[in-house]
Design a protein around this ligand. Sequence first.
Ligand code: AMP
Ligand code: MN
Ligand code: MN
Ligand code: MN
Length: 284
Amino acid sequence: MNSILNADLHCHSVVSDGTLTPEALAQRAKANGVELWALTDHDEVGGQEAALDAAQSLGLPYLSGVEISVTFAHKTVHIVGLGFDTSHPLILEGLKATRGGREQRAREMSEQLEKVGILGAFEGALQFAGNLELISRTHFARFLVESGVCNDTNEVFRRYLTEGKPGFVEHRWASLRDAVTWIRDCGGVAVIAHPGRYAFTPTEEFAFFSEFKTHGGQGVEVVTGSHTPDEYVKYADLSLEFDLMASRGSDFHSPTESRIDLGGLPWLPGKLKPIWELIEDRIQ
Ligand code: AMP
Ligand code: MN
Ligand code: MN
Ligand code: MN
């Protein structure tokens, strides 16, 4: 295996905030030429068995996956776990605790939106969420589009739900140490998701990468649907500087909302070490 592999190691199903089932995602990945796939729902592994079964019936190599919400330096970051044991109590309990605060947060988001004249957002968002424990900003975004407040989800995140805008509620997620430790102790590798999305100063970013390494983190997404071509270059360099293996994933959520389809990204730059070489033995 080398860097020229259509690996897509980041996407979401209806189990978290995607719009397709794990089975439909597997079929779409296969049809789009994906050669190694992982479903990485937010803070939940409930879709893993269905994803693995569907992938195996299609002859699509599969890695277990999850995307854990983490608070670092008062900001939310995401850590992807790959190739871990999805039935291990340590990760199951850690993810359950991480999901725990979402309902209360969603109620507070709704109260804020009410103050700017948007009524019924909690109930509205809940209609889009399969699982109350996993109600997310994406579900609020779908409600705001559906009810005509915004034209699309991009507009939602420009006007609402983000820091300083109505509907943003500061939240305490898992610690970086805990998230990396759960993944590692369950046999997997931890990967920094879409680093280009965090509004860190250079000093904070350095601290984030350094602490991630200290806790045992081994990878970073370089080519992701969230990065610009300039960011592919920046994070390719940072992955070499920090001696982190590189990952590649579309972060696909929905055929109508996502800019990049499953399997639709450029290759990883050839000078990087692909993360899948480290966990070849965990491909199912
Ligand atoms: P939450 O975990 O509830 O904070 O929701 C985070 C999710 O919201 C992310 O996983 C994305 O799916 C979505 N999201 C956040 N920011 C944006 C954005 N600027 N544009 C589109 N989707 C976004
Ligand atoms: Mn999401
Ligand atoms: Mn993310
Ligand atoms: Mn994601």
